[in-house]
Design a protein around this ligand. Structure first.
Ligand SMILES: *Cc1c(COP(=O)(O)O)cnc(C)c1O
Length: 361
């Protein structure tokens, strides 16, 4: 059976060697006589899986000891509520930068719980850039400062972090998790859905500085309180066991087959450069993002003609390049080229785009 090149924004491609390992261990995980899907989350087998998963995350991301790693459910969307409920509790204020739909959803949720200052927005140009930030517009007494680091839908990324001083920086890193090294110590809290770059859907990762835990609002549901999960080592209730197991396999792949985040960054830059260079020189296709804010992970592009865009997506799908249709708010196409997309997949896509350009220019 031929596998397609899957450019989905999420859930997305997983490394083939991980899928094969999971298949081989499906019926009998390490002599347990069971699949990981079937076993108790309190079993010695699963206890080792979740501990290994966290240890690998800490090792690969170089997470300092004064940070907790929480393996939760509810998607990154639940974090849009959990962040304000847990962190907006000293002065009841927070700063938000609106760089796309996910940042906007986070903002809309947060303003139900406190006083939100929108520091900047790039909505005026369909979120095709990261706004320049003016420090004098930051609230010195904000409980935290919120950004969406990589904007999955629009294909922008922060290459430079805002200098928030003592105000904890909170970042949604759903679509750039594990794509390159990140200095965790610069953040108060990192949140991410795992289904973009690490695992199947169902797992949400929170990396939070310890001193920010334990101050949740009184109304916070037990399941939405970081302290609940921190105290129980992410085993307060049944965690997403199988997804955590696949995440562990992907982390082993990053460590042992790829060689860590520096190496992944190098590979991801090489893949993205191939596609962006082509777009910059193409007479038919063009990227929608200003060059200085381009994402390594999500690459939106258009032909400028809706019918031609649709023709391209249809012919690409036929040729085995799937999920290239852009988000409805941008139109056109989007190629998500996460860690598991091989260089060869981007190379073949670019060849296909060249041929399409020749036939339709
Ligand atoms: C996909 C995505 C989300 C939403 O994640 P869910 O797990 O579906 O709730 C939030 N933020 C970003 C940046 C995303 O890419």
């Amino acid at each position: 059976m031929a596998r397609v090149y899957n450019f989905s924004a999420g859930p997305s491609m997983l490394p083939e060697s991980v899928l094969k390992k999971a298949a081989a261990e499906m019926l009998d995980y390490e002599g347990s006589g069971q699949s990981v899907m079937e076993m108790s989350h309190r079993s010695k087998y699963f206890d080792k899986i979740i501990k290994d998963c966290e240890a690998l995350l800490r090792e690969i991301m170089n997470i300092p000891d004064n940070y907790k790693v929480l393996l939760l459910q509810g998607g990154c969307s639940s974090q849009f509520t959990m962040v304000p409920m847990n962190l907006m509790t000293k002065n009841g204020k927070a700063d938000y930068v609106i760089t796309g739909q996910w940042a906007k959803k986070a903002y809309q949720e947060a303003k139900r719980y406190g006083d939100i200052n929108v520091v900047a927005s790039s909505e005026d140009k369909t979120f095709s850039y990261i706004p320049k930030l003016d420090k004098s517009t930051f609230s010195p007494d904000a409980d935290y400062f919120y950004i969406c680091m990589n904007n999955t839908i629009y294909g922008t990324v922060y290459h430079e972090l805002p200098d928030t001083g003592d105000v904890p920086l909170v970042a949604d890193i759903s679509s750039c998790l594990m794509s390159e090294p990140i200095d965790v110590s610069k953040f108060g809290c990192l949140i991410a859905g795992a289904q973009k770059n690490l695992a199947p859907a169902g797992l949400t990762i929170v990396i939070i500085r310890e001193d920010l835990i334990g101050n949740a609002m009184d109304i916070t549901p037990t399941m939405f309180n970081y302290e609940t999960h921190a105290k129980a080592d992410s085993l307060y209730n049944t965690p997403p066991c199988y997804t955590i197991y696949i995440a562990k396999l992907v982390l082993e792949w990053i460590k042992n087959e790829i060689g860590g985040l520096d190496k992944l960054k190098e590979l991801n830059e090489k893949k993205a450069k191939l596609l962006y260079d082509f777009l910059d020189n193409s007479k038919l296709f063009k990227g929608t993002v200003v060059p200085e804010d381009r994402s390594l992970m999500n690459v939106p592009f258009v032909t400028g003609d809706k019918d031609l865009d649709a023709k391209f997506v249809a012919e690409a799908t036929e040729a085995g390049f799937v999920n290239l249709k852009g988000h409805r708010t941008v139109g056109g196409m989007r190629a998500s080229i996460y860690n598991a997309m091989p260089y060869e997949g981007v190379e073949k896509l670019v060849d296909f785009m060249k041929k399409f350009e020749e036939a339709n220019a």
